[in-house]
Design a protein around this ligand. Structure first.
Ligand SMILES: *Cc1c(COP(=O)(O)O)cnc(C)c1O
Length: 340
């Protein structure tokens, strides 16, 4: 038995999800004639109380499209130094939109309204790029699944409004945040101009991210998606997996969070662990005690059929997900204890 905890993207569709995929009604989505894709888009827009939504093959493409919708070449966006849009989308911000990033030194990927305000270039100072967008991430990936306090997001929105900036949310794991905090998804729809929601992470589908937004901005989204090569044909098969996930895989995220917390607790008592980051959702980030090698530690686990990921700078990451069963959890915890 392999226990793969590298990411929540390693899951395979369940029997029920495969059934939903196989019985999906489809059509050509480039003509907007795929009833299941249309239904998923409508459902996500309603979930956030937003005007419109559009299905994308990946979260990166949905973020990149959103950035394009909000900006003009030469402008600048503000994001945390660990942001996915800056670190893990292949430099797409500059490649696709000709935009630079002003990085904020946040706390576990979370930034404050005060920091945002301090990073805005004065709009009449024409030597600097014009600041036009703020990108937040919830939960934070590199920040270890940390969740925003919605009051802080509201303060950031006030700063954005005062300075005429767009506000985009990279919500790859927004559903984890919503389940962990009990926040109302409609508040996200109220605050943000655009929001992404990934289906291929904790929700367990093979692919797909939906970008939701307000009408005026979304007018051009389908054209930008086409330009990026993201117009797909009978994508209803994957949208059906998304609808299935909304019906079956949301509340169960709490179980991933519980398992992650139990792993964090065991690690925090292990002599080979120097520090475990606070664990709020399904990601555990920890550091080995001085003198222990990450490479050796991971090889040791690998021999026992357990895979985790190395994020560099001594940072090790474990991500729980719906294919990580109770039996695997028992085994993994006992391996962690035995290493001690
Ligand atoms: C996974 C992820 C994405 C999207 O990644 P894709 O692999 O392109 O679907 C975006 N933002 C964050 C924070 C992520 O963790």
């Amino acid at each position: 038995m392999t226990i793969d905890l590298r990411s929540d993207t390693v899951t395979k569709p369940s029997g029920g999800m495969l059934q939903a995929i196989m019985s999906a009604q489809t059509g050509d989505d480039v003509y907007k004639e795929d009833p299941t894709a249309n239904e998923l888009e409508k459902r996500v827009a309603e979930f956030f109380g937003m005007d419109e939504a559009l299905f994308f093959p990946t979260g990166s493409m949905a973020n990149q499209a959103a950035i394009k919708l909000h900006t003009q070449p030469g402008e600048q966006l503000i994001c945390d130094k660990w942001a996915h849009v800056y670190n893990y989308e292949g430099g797409g911000v500059s490649f696709n939109s000709g935009v630079s990033c002003k990085l904020v030194d946040g706390d576990r990927g979370i930034i404050t309204a005060q920091q945002v305000e301090a990073h805005i270039n004065p709009p009449d100072f024409y030597h600097s790029p014009l600041t036009s967008l703020v990108c937040l991430e919830n939960t934070t990936n590199k920040g270890g699944g940390a969740c925003y306090d919605i009051a802080e997001i509201e303060s950031i929105k006030e700063v954005c409004d005062a300075h005429n900036l767009g506000l985009h949310l990279d919500g790859a794991r927004l559903m984890n945040a919503i389940v962990a905090t009990g926040q109302d998804p409609k508040r996200y729809g109220d605050i943000f101009d655009t929001v992404t929601l990934c289906f291929s992470k904790g929700l367990g589908t093979p692919l797909g991210t939906v970008l939701a937004g307000q009408k005026e901005l979304m007018k051009n989204a389908i054209r930008v998606r086409k330009i990026l090569g993201g117009g797909m044909r009978q994508i209803g098969f994957m949208a059906a997996a998304g609808l299935y996930a909304l019906d079956h895989n949301v509340e169960r995220l709490a179980d991933d969070h519980k398992k992650a917390l139990e792993i964090a607790n065991v690690l925090s008592h292990a002599l080979y662990v120097r520090k475990v980051e606070p664990t709020e959702t399904n990601i555990v980030i920890f550091y080995l005690t001085e003198g222990f090698s990450e490479k050796e530690f991971m090889e040791n686990l690998e021999k026992k059929g357990i895979r985790i990921s190395d994020m560099g700078q001594g940072k090790l990451r474990i991500v729980t997900h719906l294919d990580y069963t109770d039996a695997m959890h028992e085994q993994f915890l006992s391996v962690l204890k035995s290493l001690a």
